[in-house]
Design a protein around this ligand. Structure first.
Ligand SMILES: *[C@@H]1O[C@H](CO)[C@@H](O)[C@H](O)[C@H]1NC(C)=O
Ligand SMILES: *[C@@H]1O[C@H](CO)[C@@H](O)[C@H](O)[C@H]1NC(C)=O
Ligand SMILES: *[C@@H]1O[C@H](CO)[C@@H](O)[C@H](O)[C@H]1NC(C)=O
Length: 440
């Protein structure tokens, strides 16, 4: 490392040291109060959880703003380096067992159901059922896991899940049974199976408006269509995207719900109108005009008078992070970040190859590149809810130093314009307007 960048690095560590020391003392203090003095234990129900919550949530809750994709980008990149660790405060706080201080009667029970049990379903189920995660779910989202119901579809995954969590997981033959035994239903089937599954459930009449929440993980799902097909209140239907790393509380999920009021329905057309006497067009209009006011009114009141409503966003924040997207366009755009996994590994591979070409052994080069990039990404993830975080990191680099010059050299060669064009192209492929390739 160049002396000036080393200086820069050391100053940054020096600035953090007092904070770390104070934090450690604070943790020690809480720990002593909480465990060593019985008199305080009695008091702790009312005092400690609140206090700790404040401290614990601080690093992540800001990321909840949908206007801020940085949390998603940074934690995504971090999960790519396969080793996201929590912020130092969070990690130390989570070492302390707080669960016995949480009044479990105030927690809302999740009965999770999975229709289709592939990789993503089993990752979410694992995230919910892994014992150390229960503290996070309780503190961040006021939730506790009651049960997990899965369909048999992909037998190997569901029986593996059953083996891992025998007391929690039940395997059912039919999707209706899963819905019947759940209050949050995750739809994890293939896009071509969605219509059939939802039709079956509609016929079986298993959805209960006052109890069920539907979360679709099908990439092609449309929230408005899910609402029509399930007839659930608008506030209880979501589309979600996540990576398997959610199982380890890593990465960051994307969440989309319908706007609180239904889209403006098209005026219904009179069947006697000759020019419009077209069956397929009428079918479509019927779907749209079907939306009535009941749901819109329900969703307005829901927050106040419905205790069964499970806050999916809070649940996902507790399971690593979540960014809520306004609409499909935003959701698709955000998905492009997960397509930058290949390019990131490409940069790391190029760096390794360059080291090897210059005489470093392949083992040392690979190990060094992996560990170094991990620490850089971890640094970037800290405070990444601040939209200026990455600019600040770049600004911190010593002017005229080696890092600043590397970046400037890449800028001169229009490398970041190439990245932009690449992301545009992949987005257009996702939207179906091109095959995603760029002219060579
Ligand atoms: C019905 O509408 C579709 C699309 O709007 C159109 O392609 C088709 O020709 C119409 N059929 C008749 C019988 O008017
Ligand atoms: C919904 O609320 C509006 C305005 O508050 C009211 O006029 C309407 O009758 C309500 N609809 C239903 C179905 O309750
Ligand atoms: C989605 O939301 C963004 C941001 O609010 C907006 O610019 C865009 O027009 C919306 N797209 C659709 C299809 O509604």
């Amino acid at each position: 490392m160049h002396p000036s960048s080393l200086d820069q690095h050391t100053t940054r560590i020096d600035r953090r040291r007092p904070i770390i020391i104070i934090t450690c003392f604070f943790i020690l203090f809480i720990f002593i109060i909480g465990t060593a003095i019985p008199a305080v234990d009695a008091f702790c129900d009312s005092w400690r959880p609140k206090h700790i919550n404040l401290h614990l949530q601080q690093p992540r809750t800001f990321g909840a703003k949908s206007s801020n994709p940085k949390l998603f980008i940074a934690s995504h990149y971090q999960s790519l380096t396969k080793k996201m660790t929590l912020t130092s405060t969070e990690m130390k706080m989570s070492d302390i067992d707080n669960t016995n201080c949480i009044d479990s009667s105030t927690l809302t029970q999740i009965k999770a159901g999975f229709i289709g049990c592939g990789t993503i379903a089993s990752s979410i189920a694992t995230a919910l059922a892994t014992p150390p995660h229960s503290t996070h779910l309780a503190q961040h989202a006021g939730l506790s896991l009651h049960s997990i119901s899965v369909t048999k579809r992909s037998e190997s995954k569901s029986s593996k899940l059953k083996q891992s969590f025998p007391d929690i997981v039940t395997i059912y033959d039919s999707a209706s049974d899963v819905v019947h035994n759940s209050n949050v239903v995750f739809l994890c089937v293939l896009p071509q199976q969605v219509e059939k599954v939802l039709d079956e459930l509609k016929k079986a009449n298993v959805w209960r408006k006052e109890e069920h929440t539907l979360v679709s993980l099908v990439a092609t799902s449309n929230v408005e269509e899910l609402i029509l097909q399930s007839n659930l209140p608008r506030s209880r239907v979501y589309k979600m995207i996540c990576l398997p790393s959610i199982a380890k509380r890593e990465g960051c999920a994307l969440l989309q719900r319908a706007p609180s009021s239904a889209p403006i329905a098209l005026p219904s057309q009179s069947p006697t109108d000759d020019s419009r006497n077209n069956n397929s067009a009428n079918d479509k209009n019927e779907q749209h005009t079907f939306i009535d006011n009941t749901d819109a009114n329900n969703s307005l009141n829901e927050g106040n008078d419905n205790n069964n409503n499970i806050d999916i966003k809070a649940m996902l924040m507790a399971l690593g992070g979540c960014v809520e997207c306004r609409n499909d366009t935003i959701m698709n755009t955000m998905m492009i970040t997960s397509c930058m996994m290949g390019p990131l590994y490409g940069v790391m591979r190029a760096n390794r190859d360059w080291l090897v070409k210059n005489g470093v052994t392949p083992e040392d080069a690979s190990y060094f590149v992996g560990r170094s990039y991990l620490s850089m990404v971890q640094d970037a993830e800290r405070n990444c809810q601040d939209p200026k975080r990455f600019d600040d990191l770049i600004e911190e680099q010593t002017p005229g130093g080696l890092n600043e010059q590397s970046l400037r050299n890449l800028e001169k060669q229009k490398v970041f314009e190439s990245y932009d064009r690449t992301m545009d192209a992949i987005l257009s492929r996702l939207q179906g307007t091109s095959d995603g390739s760029l002219p060579s």
